[in-house]
Design a protein around this ligand. Structure first.
Ligand code: SF4
Length: 295
């Protein structure tokens, strides 16, 4: 059996930067709080916990004083910064620059269109930390659509007013094709309602590190007889990308750890490709590759 790791896989810049900053503080202090999991990957979180990282929730943050807390790459709403400030908490702000820019863009657009009765729509997952951070920029005044199919019901029950300005954004890790489909459907609906689409702005804010993985992974999955996709069970980006691999290579196995691999999945003639989500570090891919090579 031959084994190859996808050269484009590994943590994205935002997650890698947060992990590196956490490790830097941990090497000096031996302990650090992180507000939420730095990465949706239990194996990597276990490694960081062994170095002294403790994950806390929002209720814990309210009760902490005079300490240091890391804010992860997903970003936080202004209310959370205010809690930290009020409690004299030093923030190690690892908000990804791409997310930070998106937060500012949403806030500026809202400022521009809300006096005209305009509306912000975000294609994203309700309750996801990044989405909470985004809607926090506009005091919660945004409609979140999780799926393309939700558009029509949002229009028919008047949660979307097609006659007013609309700005459509995306969570950075959503599926690019679905976002494009949503934008086109919304444009068609606006044209039908108003006769022109000048009041609709569609901002493709999917991170390039995510969108470029889609065509790369399709080629990688097609070029191997079987795929092992390594990601945490909680990773939304991982779910999207592993489904993408499975759509072109039915022999795609999604695992979090090499001990979930059944050796009988593979034969001696297989050429197995190993890839992962934006939250899967390279060392985990290498661990899986070494495991397979030693079967
Ligand atoms: S996926 Fe992109 S936007 Fe999200 S943390 Fe990674 S680099 Fe930043």
């Amino acid at each position: 059996m031959r084994v190859e790791i996808d050269e484009h896989s590994g943590c994205c810049n935002g997650v890698r930067r947060a992990i590196e900053q956490a490790e830097q503080v941990l090497s000096q202090n031996g302990a650090l709080y992180s507000l939420g999991a730095i990465v949706h990957n239990e194996t990597e979180m276990d490694r960081l916990r062994h170095k002294g990282l403790s994950t806390i929730g929002y209720e814990d943050l309210k009760n902490l004083q005079d300490t240091v807390v890391l804010f992860r790459a997903h970003g936080e709403p202004p209310a959370v910064y205010n809690i930290a400030k009020g409690n004299n908490i030093e923030i190690i702000d690892c908000t990804c620059p791409v997310v930070l820019q998106l937060q500012k863009r949403i806030a500026a657009t809202y400022h521009e269109i809300s006096p005209k009765g305009g509306q912000i729509i975000i294609f994203g997952k309700n309750g996801h930390a990044e989405v909470n951070g985004l809607i926090g920029q506009v005091q919660g005044n945004a409609l979140v659509l999780e799926k393309v199919e939700q558009l029509h019901s949002a229009i028919s029950d008047r949660r979307i007013d097609l006659t007013k300005p609309i700005a459509l954004f995306s969570q950075t890790t959503k599926d690019p094709q679905q976002f494009q489909q949503l934008g086109e459907l919304l444009r068609t609906a606006v044209l039908e309602a108003c006769g022109d689409d000048s009041q609709l702005s569609v901002f493709n804010t999917i991170c390039r590190q995510v969108s470029s993985r889609h065509p790369n992974l399709i080629e990688f999955a097609k070029g191997h007889t079987a795929i092992i996709f390594v990601c945490g069970k909680e990773s939304s980006n991982g779910k999207i990308l592993s489904q993408l691999c499975a759509s072109v290579n039915p022999r795609t196995y999604s695992v979090e750890h090499h001990n979930e691999i059944n050796p009988q999945w593979f034969g001696p003639d297989d050429f197995v490709g190993i890839c992962g989500a934006t939250s899967t570090p390279k060392w985990q891919l290498e661990e899986v590759a070494n495991y397979l090579k030693n079967l």
